[in-house]
Ligand binder design. Structure first.
Ligand SMILES: NC(=O)c1ccc[n+]([C@@H]2O[C@H](COP(=O)([O-])OP(=O)(O)OC[C@H]3O[C@@H](n4cnc5c(N)ncnc54)[C@H](O)[C@@H]3O)[C@@H](O)[C@H]2O)c1
Length: 363
């Protein structure tokens, strides 16, 4: 029988995985471990309970919190300080100990039990400077990656796993890449089977979006509650682009990986919506306006923040060559689902995320 531990299980990705997998596999025992560090993650506790997922309050930085669990068959590592801005103020300890020591502690538990590990990594493992220098074309509402590039592993379809890894990538990206390297060693030398999913932006309901993490939810929240926004960096016109993957599409992939672990063991793949499912901020604004009926003031800051990149699209050709999984939900669908979630639970969300009542009252 499957006994699955999801670390960061009260977070956005972790809770959606736990609840969907519990629904699809009633015979699986699923535990969600989380220290509730992320503001709003406590909103997921009643959902977990209702789905029959056992919640364990624990901290991945503490080996004892993990090793106290009875034997598991699989572990999905979703705990993190996932902000690209984290550590820039010099306070690096929480980030490094959660993302790297935490991953190490998860690997030790997986080694104890011979459990299969699914590691939620990030496109942020790719270094920043070469991405800032990519050749771009400027379309009316977005930047596009040009066909001619001087760096390997990049094309109009996005960035592939061939993209060079030399150079700084933000502390967040560095902790995730360092964890990937640890996983490689635990696989090769210590018998821990594992797959690494390098995800672009994941989005959908129950993401406690904020300006530095969960940008699509942040944008929709601002429109719903009529709070001002800013296009920051790259000329301040909102032409920067990200691909986005509906969290339910990610659930579909991770389920396939859990069900066929021999096929996935040892793989590192980019996972994302790709060019097909991508949006610029300016395009996101249009959809948010349409869905909410609200127009908010959007300022412009032309100066680019350290660590930011103008375009990120996941080139998933490697993944598509391995499996028939494909993203099925469109970018518009992702935003519509986020909007519906906010609309149905607005008071609790506003309170949990400390969002003020909208200026001038709600429409
Ligand atoms: N959301 C995205 O766009 C995205 C993109 C790429 C990769 N990822 C990765 O996916 C994973 C999940 O991200 P998310 O978007 O769900 O973030 P999230 O912040 O919603 O979830 C992370 C959870 O980890 C918990 N946590 C933090 N520190 C902890 C600790 N020391 N011990 C135990 N729990 C702790 C938080 O309370 C939170 O509930 C992360 O590993 C992240 O790096 C996310």
């Amino acid at each position: 029988m499957e006994r699955l531990l999801i670390t960061g299980g009260a977070g956005f990705v972790g809770s959606n995985l736990a609840i969907s997998l519990a629904d699809r596999h009633p015979d699986w025992e699923i535990l969600a471990l989380d220290n509730l560090y992320r503001r709003g993650s406590e909103l997921n506790l009643p959902r977990l309970e209702q789905a029959g997922v056992e919640f364990v309050r624990g901290d991945v930085r503490e080996p004892g919190d993990l090793l106290a669990q009875a034997e598991i068959t699989a572990l999905i590592e979703c705990s993190a300080e996932p902000s690209v801005m984290s550590g820039v103020d010099g306070d690096t300890g929480y980030l490094v100990h959660t993302n790297l020591t935490g991953a190490y502690n998860c690997l030790e538990l997986a080694r104890r039990d011979g459990a299969f590990v699914v590691f939620l990594s990030t496109s942020r493992v790719y270094p920043v400077a070469p991405q800032v220098e990519l050749a771009l074309e400027e379309a009316p509402t977005r930047f596009e990656l040009a066909a001619e590039q001087t760096i390997p592993g990049v094309s109009p379809a996005g960035i592939s796993e061939q993209f060079p890894l030399e150079g700084p990538r933000t502390l967040y990206g560095a902790t995730k890449l360092a964890a990937e390297l640890l996983i490689e060693e635990y696989r090769a030398g210590l018998g821990v089977p594992a797959v690494i999913d390098r995800c672009g932006v994941i989005a959908g309901p129950w993401q406690m979006g904020k300006v530095d993490q969960g940008v699509f939810t942040h944008w929709m929240l601002a429109h719903h509650f009529r709070r001002p926004l800013s296009y920051i960096g790259f000329g301040g016109e909102g032409k920067q682009v990200r691909d986005l993957l509906h969290v339910d599409d990610l659930v579909d992939l991770v389920e396939r990986q859990l069900l066929d672990r021999d096929a996935w063991d040892g793989r590192t793949v980019n996972v994302g919506g790709g060019r097909e499912c991508s949006l610029s901020l300016a395009e996101t604004t249009e959809i948010c306006r349409r869905l909410t009926g609200n127009q908010v003031a959007i300022g412009s800051v032309s100066e680019t923040r350290a660590g930011d990149v103008p375009v990120y699209l996941s080139d998933c050709a490697k993944l598509f060559g391995l499996d028939e999984w494909r993203p099925r939900r469109s970018a518009e669908q992702v935003l519509a689902d986020i909007h519906e979630w906010i609309t149905t639970d607005e008071d609790r969300i506003a309170e949990a995320l400390n969002i003020d009542a909208p200026a001038g009252g709600r429409e």
